[in-house]
Design a protein around this ligand. Structure first.
Ligand code: SF4
Ligand code: SF4
Ligand code: SF4
Length: 248
């Protein structure tokens, strides 16, 4: 049987999500048995252009990126946003809330004029995205589960309930209720990571994006009760969900 051809592509990011795919171990060999990987810079110098499924990592942050991601979309039947940078704009979008001339100077110094830099955007700001594999970095099991569903022609399952559900199922004491409370974005954030951060005492910062219809005003009121300012609250959104303030 003819195997579907798959490409992996990177835009502005750390490429940690592709690295997660490469570190699948034996499961990567299983993946190679199911698909032909024709484009994957971290794994091979071969650059095939005849792919049907494109996994796209990173945010769009130059005009050339816009042209390139549109070319990928034109070739692929299915485009998948791989990780928080592609899904949400991710950490790259933090700079959208700073003065761009300062950001460019800090990054490129007096050579800034050589670089074609625009505000960081998720890929769905430019092209139609068929599926999303969230998180920073992606979760190996979720990557395999979503990829298997795509190959079977099924709609991949991604949880639409908040991280708090997984946190409670683990029996964690809520960070808001600790003797030294820590503000947490779990009530707004899409589950699927097993409440990875709160389970080790760190706040959820929203890397999987927001649930459908999050109760933003209730969460913000709670944060104000804990003494956080509007600026503190905005910092939560800006970490991963900055482009629109709120993206789902
Ligand atoms: S989502 Fe995180 S791990 Fe993946 S490319 Fe972006 S910054 Fe790197
Ligand atoms: S620690 Fe965070 S994720 Fe866990 S229950 Fe509290 S708010 Fe929700
Ligand atoms: S707890 Fe929040 S920030 Fe941490 S991995 Fe899960 S979604 Fe991402």
């Amino acid at each position: 049987m003819k195997k579907p051809k798959v490409g992996f592509f990177e835009f502005t990011c750390c490429e940690g999500c592709q690295l997660t795919v490469l570190s699948l171990g034996d499961k990567l060999l299983d993946l190679f048995e199911s698909v032909d990987i024709v484009n994957f810079r971290e794994a091979s110098s071969y650059k095939g252009q005849d792919y049907e499924i494109a996994f796209i990592e990173g945010s769009i942050s130059t005009s050339k990126d816009i042209e390139r991601v549109k070319e990928i979309r034109a070739r692929a039947k299915i485009c998948v946003a791989l990780g928080a940078c592609a899904h949400l704009g991710g950490v790259n979008a933090i700079r959208n809330f700073q003065r761009q001339s300062d950001v460019r100077w800090r990054t490129y110094g007096d050579k800034a004029w050589l670089f074609d830099s625009i505000l960081a955007q998720p890929i769905d700001a430019v092209i139609k995205v068929d599926h999303v594999i969230p998180e920073c970095p992606i979760d190996k099991k979720e990557f395999l589960r979503v990829t298997a569903s795509i190959l079977l022609g099924k709609k991949p399952f991604i949880p639409d309930y908040p991280v708090c559900v997984e946190c409670k199922m683990k029996g964690n004491v809520c960070l808001f209720h600790k003797p030294n409370p820590i503000a947490c974005m779990g009530p707004l954030t899409r589950a699927g990571c097993g409440a990875a951060c709160p389970s080790v005492g760190n706040a959820c910062e929203g890397c999987r994006g927001l649930i459908p219809d999050p109760n933003l005003s209730a969460w913000e009121e709670v944060l104000k009760e804990y003494g956080l300012s509007i600026e503190d609250i905005l910092k939560f959104y800006h970490m991963y969900n900055g482009l629109m303030g709120v993206r789902r």
